[in-house]
Design a protein around this ligand. Structure first.
Ligand SMILES: C[S@@+](CC[C@H](N)C(=O)[O-])C[C@H]1O[C@@H](n2cnc3c(N)ncnc32)[C@H](O)[C@@H]1O
Length: 185
């Protein structure tokens, strides 16, 4: 079975091109940031957000000075403010990988309220045909509630957006899932 994170990568590979502006809303260990940086190339921009110094340091090591990456030590709920400050408007993509940093204390994790605020801001800046991916972890403590809130929010989006859910439905425990939001108009 393809993992939710792998499928998100595949979709980004298909959607992005050199020069695009994109967001990694949760840089963590930087796997998504590195992929985004490779896809948008030196003429593009990747804005990466995380609330943990440790995550940003790990991401910085992984992207090893690529000039198209700007790492921001702040929550994704402030992304609109940072895009404005950087003179950026339209985004080709945003990736959210929710939950906690693997290997770090689990008390720092994404929270429903800030996740929804960040998502709302990313969608407000999303270009036509742009995509947002969200990897949800309903099996983590607090993750089921957060996943339910995100699904419920996306169900209420108007028809400018198409929302697709990729989730395993025959597992004995809740498995990670992927939500994909595409701006149609
Ligand atoms: C599952 S990890 C991300 C994994 C990462 N995308 C990768 O490829 O390695 C989730 C990250 O979200 C971060 N986080 C928690 N709350 C946040 C917030 N409000 N804004 C941005 N990042 C946040 C955590 O510090 C953690 O590093």
């Amino acid at each position: 079975m393809m993992r939710a994170t792998e499928l998100a990568h595949l979709l980004m590979r298909q959607s992005l091109k050199a020069g695009d502006r994109v967001i990694d809303a949760t840089t963590g260990n930087g796997h998504d940031t590195l992929l985004l940086a490779e896809l948008v190339g030196p003429t593009g921009r990747v804005f990466g957000f995380d609330v943990q110094e440790e995550a940003l340091a790990s991401t910085a090591r992984r992207v090893d000075g690529l000039p198209q990456v700007t790492l921001i030590h702040a929550g994704h709920e402030t992304l609109a403010e940072h895009l404005r400050a950087n003179g950026q408007d339209r985004l080709a993509a945003a990736m959210f990988n929710l939950g906690y940093l693997p290997g770090a204390p689990k008390d720092i994790m994404t929270r429903t309220e800030t996740t929804l605020a960040g998502l709302q801001q990313a969608l407000a800046h999303l270009a036509t045909q742009g995509i947002v991916t969200l990897v949800l972890y309903p099996g983590h403590p607090g993750g089921a509630e957060e996943a339910a809130a995100v699904r419920s929010y996306t169900r209420g989006l108007n028809e400018d957006f198409a929302v697709t859910r990729y989730a395993r439905i025959n597992a004995s425990a809740p498995a990670p899932e992927l939500l994909v939001i595409e701006r149609l108009h």
